[in-house]
Design a protein around this ligand. Sequence first.
Ligand code: MN
Length: 490
Amino acid sequence: MDKRTGEFWFVVGSQTLYGPQVLETVERRAREMAEDLSRTLPWPLACKAVVKSGMEIAGVIREANYDGRCLGIVAWCHTFSPSKMWLSGLAQLQKPYCHLATQYHREIPNEEIDMDFMNLNQAAHGDREHGFIAARLRLPRKVIAGHWQDEAVRRRLAEWMRTAAGAAVSRDMKVMRFGDNMRDVAVTEGDKVAVQAQLGWQVNTWATGDLVREMAAVTEAETDGLMEAYRAGYDIATDNMDAIRYQAREEIAIRRMLDREGCLAFTNTFQDLYGMEQLPGLATQHLMSLGYGYGGEGDWKTAAMTAVLKAMGENGNGASAFMEDYTYHLEEGREYSLGAHMLEVCPSLAAGRPRIETHPLHIGMNEKDPARLVFEGRAGKAIVVSLVDMGGRLRLICQDIEAVKPILPMPNLPVARVMWRAEPDLTTGLECWITAGGAHHTVLSYDVTAGMMRDWCTMTGVEFVHIHHDTSVESLERELFLSDLAWKLR
Ligand code: MN
């Protein structure tokens, strides 16, 4: 199911104590607020119910659990809504939950305010009662406080919605693996059964030979069609048209297999290309630009995370990409990390129009020079995230970075490249990253924020480690030590 066609439910808590007139007003305002919010949010906020009893609450939460269109619940208490009524409903909740602590009016009306006004507009204590029961139940949730018309509130609600959509994408995630992980590598490994139970990811393997057979069935006309798309999006900076056509055939065949199996992400490895002339480069890059996730060397965790972050971005396919830390520039005062991959960097990061080039790839089983997109990543604030299996739990490490225009042209580097400064500074950030066990493979994103990744971890039950401008190695070591103890007790 396309998460872009989903919706969120607005559930407003109240009770029968105040009489029908107050409840009518609450209902009318709830509808007005939901309609108005829906105009600026990325998904509709459907006004589902003003709930007044335990049965109504449990009913709407059960319905939300079953309804595939419902991506999450936004709750608010216009009046006081005694929270023991919410107990059995919230105990069954399986969807992302946001408590919007707001009120209908912006200002206290000096002349108008009387006890009728107070009875109708008492979110200030209704929302506290509601907050207590969620805390008491240890309910994973997001709390957003502020006036519902404020831009900051709407932006945060929009980000939470994108994150909830990311959790839904995760729940349905299927990853296609061509071959296994690169031999002997540890960080790309993980417990697939535990991950499927926790996140929903179905990670399975297909033979490279299956892909080779699929490629043989691709027609010249189909290849011509994709060549047109390449010409429209990229500059062709090679005479080796055969190499580009070969990548087009690889792309069509991979996509056909992914779509047939309902997979949103895939992996392969340069150590297993039997029957293929080129490691898919341009093919993988173009597939990523369409929203598919990818991880190199059999890295299924990063492949799935790439697809999840893309889905959380603008219009369900944002500026997020599989990335790898390659080498550093350690000139004093100008310290940067250079990220790239052998071939497979998504052009959604590109500062300009990518070029298609062909070069030898002196690694793995390539018989011919693979075609790939070459470009510079754009400048701007971004994050890199890495999901690692700590044995018994998953840890997501998220680092704030500042991408820059690469300070060197690097004319002989035949791959797409991004250059950045990690927070709090390159070397401290590096020490923190290594201390936390972050991988060399990451997802780099310009439009998913660290706050969204924190919320995603809350929704999915993953440990969240954030390296930012205030992080020190000492504070991080202490956080990791305490966190390790806490996670072992859970
Ligand atoms: Mn790699």
